[in-house]
Design a binder for this molecule. Structure first.
Ligand code: ADP
Length: 320
């Protein structure tokens, strides 16, 4: 039976990471396992920034976005020597198992660690929802709700003035936030990196819909599909419609986690600890078809998460 484990957050932060840390710490303590927190991801592992946590260390964090352990990117960890130093630090504290909460880069690091004799469990934590094997990542629901809230507010003003609003949201390589929030928020057009964008066609549809009585339109653009500023300029130039651009930015990364994210994080955190105790390693826990699933880290890393085309089709159909 392993005696001491550690937990860390890595890569981009996401709402619900704190809830996952809290669950890992309290489940571990309940199971009689000592738990340490590593500050600032692999950087803190490399720099030996880790402390023992107790139940009180994770009080008052459930409702907070971000991660109280901090998160960072660590170039040293990409080298064999850097990883060896990090593993030596873990071993010097008697840490035998590790829970890594982060995005796909962090999962790659986790897999490399598990090959070096540390038992590692990954938990998908990113607002982008771009990790293969799970329907949802921790933070995606909260970020999508933040975007829907912005769309609602932008609709109010767009409706009053009869404007086109172009809203840029996060998603350099993934259109999940744009597509989900666009569908939930009733956007007229959704531009995502996974689908080719025909701006001329969009301009034509905007002209047509406004001529046929649509009072206003919302265009949601994932940052990877193009710049909202440039798209806005083109819409004005081609259609002459009164258009405003809004870039939502890092607001999408923060905020109190939604009920869904808290429950997802808490449930996956519990599974991670119980899996380490049961002797598992090199896997990630995710949530698929209404239940928790175990995914080999190698699979999670190798495969690319694609968008759901039926959702995209429905969003377009309902926007007519
Ligand atoms: P995310 O986990 O959000 O995708 P990154 O891609 O920046 O964020 O990854 C977080 C950290 O994971 C990196 O700073 C690095 O320390 C580690 N990492 C990512 N990819 C690798 C890799 N191929 N080999 C070793 N470590 C990696």
């Amino acid at each position: 039976m392993l005696k001491r484990i550690a937990v860390m957050t890595s890569g981009g932060d996401s709402p619900g990471m704190n809830a996952a840390i809290r669950a890992v710490v309290r489940v571990a303590i309940h199971e009689g396992v000592e738990v340490w927190g590593i500050y600032n991801g692999y950087s803190g592992m490399y720099e030996d920034q880790m402390v023992k946590l107790d139940s009180r260390s994770v009080g008052d964090i459930l409702q907070r976005g971000g991660t109280f352990l901090g998160t960072a990117r660590c170039e040293h960890f990409r080298t064999v020597e850097g990883r060896q130093k990090a593993v030596d630090n873990l071993k010097s504290h008697g840490i035998e198992g590790l829970v890594v909460i982060g995005g796909d880069g962090s999962m790659t690091g986790a897999q490399l660690l598990s090959e070096m004799g540390i038992a590692v469990i990954g938990l998908p934590g990113t607002i982008d929802n771009d990790i293969w094997g799970t329907d949802y990542t921790i933070g995606f629901d909260t970020a999508s709700n933040t975007v829907v809230d912005a769309i609602n507010k932008l609709r109010d003003t767009a409706s009053s003035h009869g404007r086109v609003i172009v809203l840029e949201v996060m998603g350099r390589n993934s259109g999940w936030i744009a597509m989900t929030a666009g569908l939930a928020g009733g956007a007229e057009h959704i531009l995502i990196p996974e689908m080719s964008v025909n701006l001329d066609e969009i301009c034509e549809e905007l002209t047509h819909s406004h001529a046929s009585g649509k009072k206003y339109s919302v265009v949601v653009v994932a940052e990877g599909a193009g710049s909202a500023v440039e798209i806005g300029k083109k819409i004005v130039a081609v259609t002459g419609l009164d258009t405003r651009v809004s870039v939502l930015g890092h607001i999408q990364r923060g905020g109190s986690p939604s009920v869904f994210d808290r429950i997802l994080a808490s449930t996956l955190g519990e599974h991670a600890v119980l899996a380490l105790i049961a002797g598992l390693s090199n896997v990630m826990f995710g949530f698929r078809n209404g239940g928790v699933v175990t995914i080999d880290l190698a699979d999670a890393i190798r495969h690319k998460r694609t968008i759901d085309p039926s959702m995209f089709r429905l969003a377009n159909l309902l926007a007519k």
